[in-house]
Design a protein around this ligand. Structure first.
Ligand code: FAQ
Length: 322
């Protein structure tokens, strides 16, 4: 149930805001129906809907390989993973709906190209080794970000994150296992794994968002406990875990400046933010194909929505308005 969304022109805004911020400071969760600033609601709808779209669009690069998996075991794992991503999209659309936006509005924003989704899913999956690499790097980056968001001040988003992180941990492990197997495999497998790491490393760093100095939303999100860490902090945590593990397999990383500093942090070379903003702006290698695939799925799935509505009307004791 949507709550009351306060704006600075409300006579009691300052008082309500102080109470709201005190609740967050005490570690309480904000729940649907509670008073909240309209800007808090807007930021959450923006982030959660983008996140939901990312999960659903994120099914496409991996889904393309289900029919070409090299073994029954790998195929079963991949089907389960792609299905999990659909489920994550569902949890997240539900979480956003608690803020008074409808599923239809969110989908319309995605299909019309107005909504954002993660930059990472606009890159192509060229070989089977990309599937393991997405698990290790993309799910690895997603988990770092989402474990942080599991602490988020908005109850429904925080609880969705806890469930999602549990499943992403499996995604991450299967990817890591696959890349390690190929790194120890035949020269061809090793070459494929290296090529995939070379292509996904930088986009994985970018998916955690622009540098803190170029992140206009971070300040208010951190103030209200939505993000509890900055983009650069999460990125550093991701690199500190993944760089040494990948190097330990004997594979290399495509960053000649990568090194560990005396404090133990793995420092990276310059990120190509021009490429990032071009992808975010709709001009990445696969942006058009991804949106086209989602639009096609929506059109071809119309009969499922109609069937569900007809079934609900049949079951409903009160005749539904058509
Ligand atoms: N792509 O001010 P900030 C996954 C936009 S799930 C596109 O720093 P913020 C699971 C940003 O929206 C991956 N746009 O923004 C999986 C903003 O524009 P706006 C998705 C981006 O929100 C694995 C502008 O730049 N995860 O991978 C990106 O504070 C495998 C300025 O940026 C989430 O969505 C980007 N990478 O921080 C599924 C987690 N980064 O909206 C399938 C939730 C930034 O003002 C297979 N989201 N922008 O017009 C977040 O944690 C945050 O939104 C960040 C960005 C950290 C992504």
């Amino acid at each position: 149930m949507p709550g009351k969304f306060g704006t600075p022109t409300d006579p009691d805004y300052a008082l309500r805001l102080a109470e709201f911020e005190a609740r967050i400071a005490r570690g309480e969760k904000i729940e649907p129906g509670d008073w909240m600033p309209e800007e808090y609601r807007r930021q959450l709808v923006r982030m959660i809907s983008q996140h939901a779209h990312s999960e659903v669009v994120g099914m496409l690069p991996e889904g393309a390989w289900i029919t070409r998996a090299p073994s029954l075991k790998r195929k079963m794992i991949l089907i389960a993973k792609v299905q999990d991503e659909a489920g994550h999209g569902q949890y997240l659309y539900h979480a956003a709906e608690t803020l008074g936006i409808s599923r239809e509005e969110m989908l319309e924003a995605l299909l019309s190209g107005r909504a954002k989704y993660s930059s990472i899913f606009n890159y192509p999956t060229l070989t089977w080794a990309d599937i393991g690499t997405i698990g290790w790097l993309v799910d690895g980056a997603a988990i770092k970000n989402q474990t942080m968001l599991a602490q988020c001040s908005y109850g429904p988003y925080s609880r969705a994150m806890v469930r999602i992180c549990a499943e992403e941990t499996f995604h991450h492990k299967q990817g890591k296992e696959m890349v390690i197997a190929y790194a120890k495999g035949t020269p061809k497998q090793r070459q494929m794994a290296q090529d995939a790491i070379n292509r996904w490393w930088w986009p994985a760093l970018m998916m955690l968002g622009p540098h803190d100095a170029d992140s206009p939303n971070s300040e208010v999100l951190i103030r209200w406990g939505v993000k509890t860490k900055s983009n650069d902090t999460v990125r550093q945590e991701f690199i500190n875990e993944h760089a040494p593990e990948i190097l330990a397999t004997g594979l290399s990383l495509p960053d000649p400046e990568l090194h560990q500093d005396p404090q133990g942090n793995w420092r990276h070379g310059p990120i190509n933010w021009e490429e990032f903003w071009s992808v975010v702006g709709g001009n990445g290698p696969m942006n058009k194909e991804r949106l086209e695939a989602r639009r096609r799925a929506h059109t071809e799935g119309a009969w499922v929505r109609e069937a569900l509505e007809a079934y609900a009307a049949k079951k409903s004791p009160i005749p539904m308005a058509v």
